[in-house]
Design a protein. Structure first.
Lengths: 122, 107
């Protein structure tokens, strides 16, 4: 069964940095675009970033553009999110999600991880 | 940016009854609309994509309809495990966007 396991969350001060990882298994990782979605405490879902299967094309929400960088290592079946200049409003559970069709980013998310909590506070 | 609006925010329904959840897009998203279910402590679950196609393993009591700007998720006969929060999401235009969610609770 497809598994997505996020890690790297924690408590960080405003202005600090954090790198999230998402380890994928049970599917051909290099054939699928991937994404990060976050959920602030008690709030709804917010799409954050996406990356093509090859890693050559990336997409960002305006709220994180210039501060966050998505990347992937297809040899390690791992997705990353480098988060810099963190703000209190970045506090959320961060989920990685797999796009449903191979090679496409114009698609639903068919599998999600359980999430990792990022708390930005002094 | 497409703004997705779900209604109602909370829906109280008795087990065995039908539940109808709505999702409206600020501009057309064609049929590029998905529905997800969220339960505490569990991974989000894809229910419907393409506005009306059930995802793998989703029971037939879940159905989706609509296109353009108006969409509906219907659960025909509520089971205890269906009480959760439901989100719609458009994947027609970047940035992909979600509705604010509908909490389906037991009446």
């Amino acid at each position: 069964e497809v598994q997505l396991v996020e890690s790297g969350g924690g408590l960080v001060q405003p202005g600090g940095s954090l790198r999230l990882s998402c380890a994928a298994s049970a599917f051909t990782f290099s054939s699928y675009a991937m994404s990060w979605v976050r959920q602030a405490p008690g709030k709804g879902l917010e799409w954050v970033s996406a990356i093509s299967a090859s890693g050559g094309t990336t997409y960002y929400a305006d709220s994180v553009k210039g501060r966050f960088t998505i990347s992937r290592d297809n040899s390690k079946n791992t997705l990353y999110l480098q988060m810099n200049s963190l703000r209190a409003e970045d506090t959320a559970v961060y989920y990685c999600a797999k796009f449903g069709s191979s090679w496409s980013v114009e698609d639903r998310f068919d599998y999600w991880g359980q999430g990792t909590l990022v708390t930005v506070s002094s | 940016e497409r703004v997705m609006t779900q209604s109602p925010a909370t829906l109280s329904v008795s087990p065995g009854e039908r539940a109808t959840l709505s999702c409206r897009a600020s501009q057309s998203v064609s049929s590029n609309l998905a529905w997800y279910q969220q339960k505490p402590g569990q991974a989000l679950r894809l229910l419907i994509y393409g506005a009306s196609t059930r995802a793998t393993g989703i029971p037939a009591r879940f159905s989706g309809s609509g296109s353009g700007t108006e969409f509906t998720l219907t659960i025909s006969s509520l089971q205890s495990e269906d009480f959760a929060v439901y989100y719609c999401q458009q994947y027609n235009n970047w940035p992909y966007s979600f509705g604010q969610g509908t909490k389906l609770e037991i009446k």
